[in-house]
Design a protein around this ligand. Structure first.
Ligand code: XMP
Length: 516
């Protein structure tokens, strides 16, 4: 099933994923593709119904790629920011090096005789560019300009070629959807071919293609692995084995959730209790990266042991590993500025990545072309309980990265109790669905306080509440004081060893969501 009507060619813009999401929201199938891939596909004869050239951090004057093939066959094309500068360079316009650039909100207006359905004549948009188009190519009209007469939008007067200097995909841009739809519907005349039904068909195809075979699923109970497993179970039945590892770093609600899933779904879920192994392997480790690595290795060893046990005791040999990998992870590894680039490891995320090679398992990733919100929609379509589908994300290393420094049972317990209080109060104050992720972090510093009539010299618990769409960036949440007051007073009263509660007001960047 080929569902990529539109190629979103990525030149490294921080907004390329957003263009893709917005395009799909409008109902058009699309995929992100690198320039090199687009050239390769083109030479092999694979052509899309429309092309979008993304923004990018480079200066067009330093770019010597040949983009002429995009214009060979009159395929509708939209250039955004850097993409509009590509149009100009290729078709004979003039791009000038900027002196100061234009960043942030800008007010622009349609020029005489031009308009887009549903838009006002004047609109505020999000600009982020240094160079600018000073002369459009021949046969192009300037359709939008900014107050200081910068060219903000151009359109070919007979062909379906459109350029926006600003970012219609960003929420700060007014009428962004209308401006995108003007291209897809008005100029490219595409048919809508993307909906939950198509997503479901495409994801199901991945799992049905493997036929009846033994599949192992590293199951966390989070929305991604739950949706992947629910899909796979439909064709695999009991040949799908979901292993949930209890690493001793879970919260009470995780135990409750997994038991509920065992009871209320058709999934064959086995809970592996490996708390002792994780405790032994992390003992004495203070460094966050070493701790993450130790936890990651222990996960793999646990799975390996289980797989051997199945082979030897039950004669079951697994051939595939099912994972809930999402599109942002796939894009991360192919983005022009990540691939082969000097990207720094901020933290090594836990996954069971070492397992497929070691055990010679083939990967099965039915969600690898979907964004998180699309996976949630798919979960709903599959009839999963909305509370499961909208569950906050929880990291693989769990509380292991929420007790700073060395892990010990006392501190782990403090986080478990504090998190339970935090979650109870979020539900009481009807805040759970308004927050993307919430947790508490144990800070191993002592501070002085009074409890009853006595002096206390105890630890600090930090509350972290963030909003985000994909975890790549995040903002701290503004929540009502009475909620904060209740959580703080309950933690200091009910969790022994904690005298002080603090709130983290750091966004990402510069902070990361987890503290380690
Ligand atoms: P950071 O801390 O990198 O977190 O800003 C971004 C999102 O990823 C989650 N996270 C993880 N998820 N394994 C996971 O499955 C991990 O090792 C891991 N580390 C962080 C984090 O909870 C947040 O949602």
């Amino acid at each position: 099933m080929n569902l990529r009507q539109v190629w979103i060619v990525d030149f490294g813009s921080q907004y390329t994923q957003l263009i893709t999401r917005k395009t799909r929201e409008l109902g058009y199938s699309c995929e992100i593709i690198t320039y090199e891939e687009s050239l390769e596909c083109w030479n092999k004869g694979e052509k899309p119904s429309a092309i979008v050239l993304s923004g990018g951090p480079l200066s067009i004057s330093a770019d010597d790629n040949d983009y002429s093939f995009y214009f060979e066959e009159d395929i509708p094309l939209m250039g955004i920011c850097y993409g509009m500068q590509i149009i100009c360079r290729e078709l004979g316009g003039k791009v000038e090096k900027g002196v100061s650039g234009e960043y942030g909100k800008a007010n622009i207006h349609f020029t005489q005789g031009h308009q887009v359905d549903g838009c006002c004549k004047d609109l505020n948009v999000w600009m982020s560019h240094f160079d600018h188009v000073s002369v459009p190519p021949e046969n192009f009209d300037v359709i939008l300009e900014s107050k200081n007469n910068f060219i903000a939008g151009i359109k070919h007067n007979t062909k379906g070629i459109l350029g926006y200097q600003f970012h219609p995909e960003v929420d700060h841009t007014e009428y962004g959807k209308e401006l995108l739809e003007y291209f897809y519907k008005g100029l490219a005349r595409l048919n809508k071919d993307w909906s939950t039904k198509e997503m479901l068909a495409k994801a199901s195809e991945v799992v049905t293609n493997v036929g009846r075979t033994k599949v192992l699923c590293a199951f966390s109970g989070g929305v991604d692995s739950l949706v992947a497993a629910t899909l796979a179970e439909k064709s695999l039945g009991d040949d799908l084995h979901c292993f949930f590892v209890d690493n001793g770093l879970l919260r009470p609600q995780d135990h409750h959730h997994i038991k509920l899933l065992q009871k209320e779904t058709n999934l064959n879920i086995e809970i592996i209790n490996a708390s002792k192994d994780f405790h032994d392997k992390t003992a004495g480790i203070e460094d966050p990266e070493k701790k993450r690595k130790a936890i990651g290795v222990t996960f793999i060893e646990t799975f390996e042991r289980k797989v051997h046990e199945y082979e030897e005791q039950k004669g079951i040999a697994f051939t595939h590993l099912l994972q809930g990998t999402l599109y942002p992870d796939v894009i991360e590894s192919t983005s022009p500025h990540k691939k082969g680039g000097k990207s720094v490891t901020i933290k090594s995320h836990h996954n069971v990545g070492g397992l497929p090679e070691k055990m010679k398992l083939e990967l099965l990733e039915p969600l690898r072309f979907l964004f998180k919100d699309e996976v949630r929609a798919l979960g709903k379509e599959l009839g999963l309980n909305p509370a499961w589908v909208h569950r906050h994300p929880f990291p693989g290393p769990g509380i292991g990265v929420r007790v700073l420094g060395e892990l010990n049972p006392g501190s782990i317990k403090c986080v478990q109790l504090s998190d339970q209080i935090l979650f109870e109060e979020m539900h009481n104050f009807e805040l759970y669905d308004k927050i993307w992720q919430a947790f508490t972090v144990f800070l191993p510093v002592n501070t002085v306080g009074v409890k009853g009539d006595g002096r206390a010299y105890e630890n600090v618990m930090c509350i972290r509440l963030v909003n985000s769409t994909d975890g790549m960036t995040a903002t701290w949440c503004d929540v009502p004081y009475p909620f904060m007051d209740k959580v703080s007073s309950r933690i200091t009263n009910e969790v022994s060893g904690i005298t002080r509660v603090v709130y983290d007001v750091t966004s990402k960047p510069p902070g990361t969501i987890e503290w380690e």
